[in-house]
Design a protein around this ligand. Structure first.
Ligand code: NAD
Ligand code: DAU
Length: 355
């Protein structure tokens, strides 16, 4: 049994689906179901007896302690976070609450549980913290990609809150001996991605005839990784990562934002041409830049490859085609997000639990 937090979100949801499909070990899924949590993502495992969903907060130590005592997991994987940079600029409070205070409370509850485990299970236990490349700050054009040894230089409220959580995780290992692993991944894309982020937003806006907003000059660079590859990396780190180590995860896929948007437009022109015969790229609109916008991220994933033999399965070209096709094929999931129906259902079905 493993305990996953944030498993109704984009990456956590993909992780739970892939875990149950490929691994089979039961999962307790603790998710607060904020606006970013969507149980429709988990529809395929709704009646799977190996999946135990609990609506609750990682910052509720009594609830977490109760779940740990009840399910006795061999590992806790922490995906739960506020994750959107633009939201962190408009309202940083929730980011501090969940990403910093929430991670602290989670660590404390896990430490209490882990401390009482018998020796064998104690040694085998893992706390895997899912983090981001944004903690390293920004790169200039000629800089080498981020290695695990880079200094932390976070620039947004989001990345600062994730950096703080990484530091807490590190300290709980050094001070208390908690067997932790941390992964720092680059930008993910793929199925079930909430359409506030660049790639799903552009796909949906294109299909509904809306402007495709490109911040600033569109020459900011991100290093894109297909979400299923991130999930396979996490499984591998959980399986064989060295306790106390951090692993950078990336797909060697640096792309300028404008190129990403134009690629999506080209795929839609091929797969679902506009009724009026125009090209989707005519919808591209340059808008005001994000404050403090990091110019370039790039990940050096050699440690993960050399130590643990992990490699991504998708190139950007294969992954982005799959992604565009997924959004075309999964309109019910998309429409439930767009019209907000997923929230109404969530609130009716799952009141927030406390211990
Ligand atoms: P997401 O916003 O799609 O999902 C976050 C999930 O966490 C949601 O289901 C939400 O309901 C849940 N959640 C939020 N606050 C909670 C709380 N207090 N208690 C319990 N559950 C809570 O995020 P994502 O894109 O899936 O990212 C998952 C993790 O991966 C985050 O830690 C993020 O920082 C990290 N990450 C994301 C990316 C990316 O490109 N999306 C890249 C690298 C790392
Ligand atoms: O690098 C990993 C990070 O990637 C994760 O830690 C974050 O959780 C995740 O949200 C993502 O952050 P970004 O800010 O890079 O992702 P986003 O999709 O918001 O933006 C990608 C780039 O596109 C960024 O340079 C801003 C730009 N952008 C974004 C939006 C939403 C636009 O130009 N237009 C847009 O409308």
């Amino acid at each position: 049994m493993i305990l996953v937090t944030g498993g109704a979100g984009f990456i956590g949801g993909n992780f739970v689906l892939d875990w149950l499909a490929e691994h089979g070990e039961p999962v307790v899924n603790l998710d607060k179901l904020t606006y970013a949590g969507n149980l429709n993502t988990l529809a395929a495992v709704q009646s799977d007896t190996r999946h135990h969903f609990v609506r609750g907060d990682i910052g509720d130590p009594a609830l977490v302690a109760q779940l740990l005592a009840e399910y006795q997991p061999r590992a806790v994987l922490n995906f739960a976070a506020e994750s959107h940079v633009d939201r962190s600029i408009h309202g940083p409070g929730e980011f501090i609450q969940t990403n910093v205070v929430g991670t602290f409370n989670l660590l404390e509850a896990v430490r209490g549980y882990w401390h009482e485990l018998p020796a064998g299970r104690k040694a085998a236990f893992r706390f895997l913290h899912v983090s981001t490349d944004e903690v390293y700050g920004t790169l200039s054009a000629g800089d080498p990609p981020f290695a695990e040894t880079n200094r932390y230089e976070p620039n947004s409220p989001y990345s600062a809150s994730k950096a703080a959580s990484d530091h807490l995780v590190r300290a709980w290992h050094h001070t208390y001996g908690l067997p932790v692993l941390t992964t720092n991944c680059s930008n993910n894309y793929g199925p079930y991605h909430f359409p506030e982020k660049l790639i799903p937003l552009v796909i949906l806006n294109a299909l509904t005839g809306k402007p495709l907003p490109v911040y600033g000059d569109g020459q900011q660079i991100r290093d894109w990784l297909y979400v299923k590859d991130h999930c396979s990396a996490i499984r591998r780190v959980l399986e064989a990562g060295r306790v106390g180590q951090t692993y950078n995860v990336g797909g060697w896929n640096e792309k300028a934002n404008l190129d990403v948007v134009q690629t999506i437009c080209g795929l839609l022109d091929e797969l679902k041409p506009r009724d009026d015969g125009q090209l989707y790229r005519t919808q591209i609109t340059f808008v005001t830049d994000r404050p403090g916008h990091d110019r370039r991220y790039a990940i050096d994933a050699r440690k993960l490859e050399q130590e643990l033999g992990w490699k991504p399965a998708e190139t950007f070209e294969s992954g982005i085609r799959k992604t565009v096709q997924w959004y075309l094929d999964n309109q019910p999931w998309v429409q439930n997000v767009v019209n907000g129906a997923y929230r109404e259902w969530t609130d009716k079905q799952y009141p927030l639990q406390h211990a």
